[in-house]
Design a protein around this ligand. Structure first.
Ligand code: SF4
Length: 358
């Protein structure tokens, strides 16, 4: 590397870390940043905004303060703690990894990038974040935020979803990283990407500590960057939700299959396709359920990464409550405290938590 480039990299790190010292976000996992707390926070914040995750994070840490507690936690309790965050495989992988840590690393996170990377649910970004923040190892933690900042900083128009682009950008991060402060550097980049060089809308270049060395700012191209291949169109699936209530106010829930989308979570009865009221009644009869009253219910939409559910619903009052597993009747307290319903059904859960759906 030549000296001019060395100087720019050094300047970048100096400007960024000076800004970070003044503007660092005060987050619970930063004030008490054990490797376990950093790990759980990094997993929880994948696909979830910080503001939305903080209550969950604090509750999770209260209930499961150590790797051993996480490894020993019953699955239903774990999923309940994760309820509302989505992508439940993250919670299951946390527990799988915790079990490996108990068996192989004395209930601690290993202080080694490759060992971290080999654990369930820990990819390059998360391994890099834990290794640098918790163990001071000089490893990059490159996510969408960092790719965006570096694409703009270097006016780089390569597609950031391509592995070779990510590899090149990772090398740039390492070139800029001061080897005595890798954790601070990575966290500063995360904060800059979240607060200044933001993803949606114009970056706030006039408030940016890197403006004087940023090529995207200088050339006026920052707003167009980063370049990303557009995602494939999502498949739309019509679904019908059946909210079935007993006269005592209990609701019928079913458990989803143990594999696939929203595996092992609970839901109101859910059928593929846009059923008519008559078809829905026939379905309930096939399950041995007679209903005395029915009406159309709310519609809702839920977007997964690859699929969209467009849901309509019907509400039914059941005349008896004889059902076979895997169906259960749940009252309001059980709905709140015991059964984990994914976010896809939040409209319906809200309805069920009211006194009546009728
Ligand atoms: S100057 Fe603007 S585009 Fe460049 S890094 Fe800062 S916020 Fe991003």
């Amino acid at each position: 590397m030549n000296t001019a480039q060395d100087n720019i990299h050094q300047q970048m790190a100096t400007l960024l870390l000076q800004w970070y010292a003044q503007n660092k976000r005060m987050l619970p996992f930063r004030t008490n940043s054990t490797p376990y707390r950093v790990w759980v926070s990094e997993i929880m914040l994948q696909q979830t905004r910080i503001a939305a995750a903080m209550d969950h994070y604090n509750r999770f840490m209260e209930q499961l303060p150590t790797v051993q507690d996480l490894a020993d936690c019953p699955e239903e309790k774990l999923l309940k703690l994760w309820e509302g965050l989505g992508y439940y495989s993250r919670a299951r992988n946390l527990q799988k990894a915790a079990k490996v840590m108990v068996e192989q690393y004395g209930g601690e996170l290993p202080a080694d990038y490759k060992a971290l990377l080999s654990l369930p649910g820990i990819g390059e970004y998360t391994a890099g974040a834990i290794a640098s923040i918790s163990f001071g190892l000089p490893v990059a933690a490159v996510d969408g935020n960092v790719l965006r900042v570096f694409a703009r900083l270097y006016d780089d128009h390569r597609d950031i979803l391509r592995p070779d682009t990510k590899k090149a950008f990772t090398q740039r991060v390492l070139d800029c990283m001061p080897k005595d402060r890798p954790g601070d550097f990575n966290e500063a980049l995360m904060d800059l990407g979240a607060m200044v060089c933001v993803p949606n809308g114009a970056p706030q270049c006039l408030a940016c500590p890197l403006a004087e060395i940023c090529q995207g700012f200088e050339k006026g191209t920052a707003i167009e960057l980063p370049v990303k291949t557009p995602p494939k169109a999502r498949k739309v699936q019509q679904m019908t939700v059946l909210l079935v209530q007993t006269p005592e106010g209990k609701y019928l829930l079913e458990k989803r299959p143990e594999e696939g989308l929203l595996a092992g979570l609970w839901q109101p009865l859910l059928l593929e396709g846009a059923l008519t009221m008559e078809q829905a009644k026939q379905y309930l009869q096939s399950k041995g359920l007679e209903v005395s009253f029915s009406k159309e219910g709310a519609s809702a939409k839920h977007i997964f990464s690859h699929i969209e559910w467009h849901m309509k619903s019907f509400c039914f009052r059941a005349t008896d409550s004889e059902v076979n597993l895997p169906l259960v009747w749940a009252d309001k307290t059980e709905l709140e405290q015991e059964y984990s319903l994914p976010n896809a059904f939040k409209v319906y859960k809200r309805q069920m938590l009211k006194e009546s759906i009728f």
